[in-house]
Design a protein around this ligand. Structure first.
Ligand code: PLP
Length: 405
């Protein structure tokens, strides 16, 4: 039985007030709040267990190293990756996709090679590929979504041509909540010898992920959306692709030996993790992932599906509100606009009612252009949200309608 009140009670921030009103936090798509167990782990790590990792022989360094390295196993279990060594730590998805671009794509692709992207992508999965377009003459092929925001897997498959080297698509849109049939896309790409990168920033938060079942080559996740600290993250990398990667960042930890003339790299995955990492952030992410797995990602998915159904029905009944993206099976992320009111004004009024939403282009300008809007308000629900939160949002939106209509 999913006890949302007991879950909420574990998030101290959810009981605070904002602008004299109880907080209704609907911005978890940008960053999720942290449960006490993560906050305690961070405090403990700094107050009792802290030192730099890997390089020391003293007690605290060994302790911090063990705690930090144990997170590889936790991420492996969370994503059902075959081996711990398939997991590379990063500071988040943005760093992860840049790492894939510089480490894997740049040494292997040449002018005229194609990368297939969907229009649903976040800038983190667009701009690194623009770098390769500008610097190397790589061609970006775009696949549009349908008017309801859904992405036809067949359209992505049809876009894969003889020059396609990589398909990079999101598991779930951070703007419309659209879920993408990544398994079908990855299976077709594999048959054609094309690599696949699935942006798991949102997808991994809202349900179980099995990278072996998806059949992808790269699957990045970001800790701060998974109820862990910001500055933490990881990528699953298929061993065949990992063998093809060249290190991108050079420095300490990623080397075995360095002489005046030569450098010999550490074995993977550390070969791709230069410098002092986010030690405590990574430890905190591990605690968050363990905590999520204890609750059960399947249970979280079921709870959020109910919230999504309830919110869809409520928001779509407001005939003065334009909900952007109504794909079947979408996640509990809702972008909307209201004629006569700018998204920033809407979010300011909602904030006065204690309702935290995000307004703007959500780092997805190509999608905004495709939808024909410059900005939207986005309410993103999480495992701690309730139907009452939906009701609070709706009554605050009704107030906006009275003010702006
Ligand atoms: N991809 C998607 C779909 C996202 O929603 C986000 C963050 O909003 C990112 C990538 C970037 O993640 P980060 O800022 O944690 O690197």
């Amino acid at each position: 039985m999913y006890d949302v009140s007991a879950i909420r009670a574990q998030f101290p921030i959810l009981s605070r007030e904002v602008n004299g009103k109880p907080l209704t936090y609907l911005d978890s798509g940008a960053s999720a709040q942290k449960p006490q167990v993560v906050i305690d782990a961070i405090t403990r790590a700094y107050s009792e267990e802290y030192s730099n990792v890997h390089r020391g022989l003293h007690f605290l360094s060994n302790l911090a190293t063990d705690k930090y390295e144990s997170v590889r196993g936790i991420v492996k279990t969370f994503l059902n990756a075959p081996h711990e060594d398939d997991i590379i730590f990063t500071s988040g998805t943005t760093e992860a996709i840049n790492l894939i671009a510089y480490s894997w794509a740049m040494p292997r692709l040449k002018a005229g090679d194609e990368i297939v992207l969907s229009i649903l992508e976040h800038h983190a999965n667009i701009v690194p590929w623009h770098f390769l377009r500008e610097r190397m003459g790589i061609v970006i092929k775009w696949v549009d979504c349908a008017p309801d925001g859904s992405l036809d897997a067949q359209a992505v498959i049809d876009a894969m041509g003889p020059k396609t080297k990589l398909v990079a698509v999101t598991h779930m849109s951070n703007v419309t909540g659209t879920r993408v049939d990544v398994k079908t896309i990855c299976s077709a790409a594999r048959e054609k010898g094309i690599a696949t990168m699935i942006d798991g920033s949102q997808g991994a938060v809202h349900g179980p992920v099995d990278v072996q079942d998806i059949g992808c080559d790269f699957y990045p996740i970001t800790g701060h959306k998974l109820y862990g600290p910001s500055g933490s993250g990881a990528i699953y990398v298929h061993p065949d692709r990992q063998a093809e990667m060249r290190p991108f960042m050079g420095g300490g930890d990623m080397i075995d030996t360095v002489t005046r003339e030569t450098v010999c790299y550490n074995k993977p995955p550390m070969k791709f993790e230069a410098g002092t990492p986010g030690i405590v952030q990574t430890i905190g992410m591990g605690v968050a992932l363990d905590w999520l797995m204890d609750i059960g990602m399947e249970n979280i998915a079921q709870h959020e599906a109910e919230i999504a159904r309830y919110a869809s029905a409520k928001l779509q009944s407001l005939n003065w509100l334009q909900v952007q993206g109504t794909a079947p099976d979408k996640g509990a992320i809702f972008s909307f606009t209201m004629a006569g009111a700018h998204a920033h004004d809407l979010s300011t009024v909602l904030d006065k009612r204690g309702v935290a939403v995000r307004a703007g282009s959500h780092c997805a300008m190509p999608l905004m252009e495709h939808l024909g809007v410059t900005a939207t308000c986005r309410a993103s629900f999480a495992m701690y949200n309730t139907k009452e939160d939906v009701d609070t949002l709706v009554s605050a939106l009704e107030l906006c309608h009275d003010l702006f209509a």
